[in-house]
Design a protein around this ligand. Sequence first.
Ligand code: C2O
Ligand code: CU
Ligand code: CU
Length: 498
Amino acid sequence: MNMSSSARPPSELWTLNRRSFLGLVAAGSAVLLLPSCTSGGTASSPDRPWKPRNPLRIPDELHPEDGAFGLTVQKGTTEILPGTTTPTWGVNGPFLGPTLRMRSNEPVRMSVTNGVDETTTMHWHGMHLPAMMDGGPHQPIEPGKTWTPSWTVKNTASTLWYHPHPHGDTAQHVFNGVAGMIIVDDDHADSLELPHEYGVDDIPCILMDRTITDDGQMPFDTEPNFGQMGTEMLVNGTMGSYFDATRTTVRFRLLNGSNARLYHLGFADDREFTLIAGDQGLVPEPVRLSRFALGPAERAEIIVQFQPGETVRMNTTAGSARIDQGDFTIMEIRAQGDAVPGVAPPTSLGGAGPLAASADATIRHFKLQGHDAINGQEMDMSRIDEVVPAGALEVWEVENTVYAHNFHIHGCEFTILDRSGKPCEKWETARKDTVHLPEKTAVRLAVQFGTDTDPMSPYMYHCHILRHEDAGMMGQFVVVTPGTEDSISRTLDGHGHG
Ligand code: C2O
Ligand code: CU
Ligand code: CU
């Protein structure tokens, strides 16, 4: 139980893990030979039974007084599987990145240095900011260069994230380990009695699935349709995570940082818990449930209660979407015998309610086709697909003609009007920026766009199954001064390439 570990530099954290790894290797080697009945693995990967192996790593928090964040993308190696070394990428460390803590209405200044030998970008997923600062494919950072975007945080309290978005290489760069959480705070959320001690009762959980071979290799893009379906569940980069809870009430900030996997999250004993937030912040009313779906890039915050001394596992159960194969343990929670009672789950939250588009709202249609096209076209960096007037509240109808996809829109927030004509699930009532679309379904979204205009810098919308995004299932829109839509150029001359 060493939650002060959140204050350690990442290198020391991994050293600490390595020591505890070593003790487990000998004891665990017999178990490694047993077949697993839970991992749903592929033939090419080791079938390795889940067991607790490592204390959950808590990413460092960056909370600079003056709003200046320094991030360096770098290469490293990580001991994910005990006794082996895996080449990984990270931010300010060998694998994944620190949690960036920001406050609503406050300015932030980023300094992102590319310390790897490939061009990358850094995108602030879910953040409302000018398109120039968005970190999409139009803001490349060459090797050795530094990019310095700045903006004022407009989002309300929420769990967002950052990851690279280079044209055609997003899947590889995120897979290598470049990703981190952003936590936005605000006065309203502060006034609620929610667990909020980072690493103690407010726990960041970046969920990723990876296959790690017995010699520590992390094979990329091995699944034919979706690119990546790993056989190990990593939380914050930790394999076989266990968390020693010193409070009986714990809030988990769950970020699906996987390239493709859809999770059906709950606990091994099917206990109920309270969902308090989705992608863009608090839900209007707390939702009691025992399992919910979290698609690629989506976030949820849940509050779970434990009895002192009990041990329970968070897990994901298999579904039929092909990106949700297999039952897996995510992590083990060990409530300490002397765990301090926490506050009761909230009964009201005051999160933003549903968006309601007017009867004459602009309606746009997006048809997801195959694995690489929207409305019959692949992504072209020089083509502007849509022109949106600043501040518009529009209806976007997204139709999925094939197998599972999802849909993410930059620079906006939306709520779900309906799913194939039916109401959405109660866990998806928060404001969102990413939505899962099961095979051959449609979703209608009420989308609130921002007010930052720039006819030359597009925002993206795309499938967040990263291989599909890289293959071209992505389009571009600009946000412009209302009334100027018809005069906006639909091509970006001298701006990128197809
Ligand atoms: Cu999470 Cu276009 O990105
Ligand atoms: Cu995004
Ligand atoms: Cu897709």
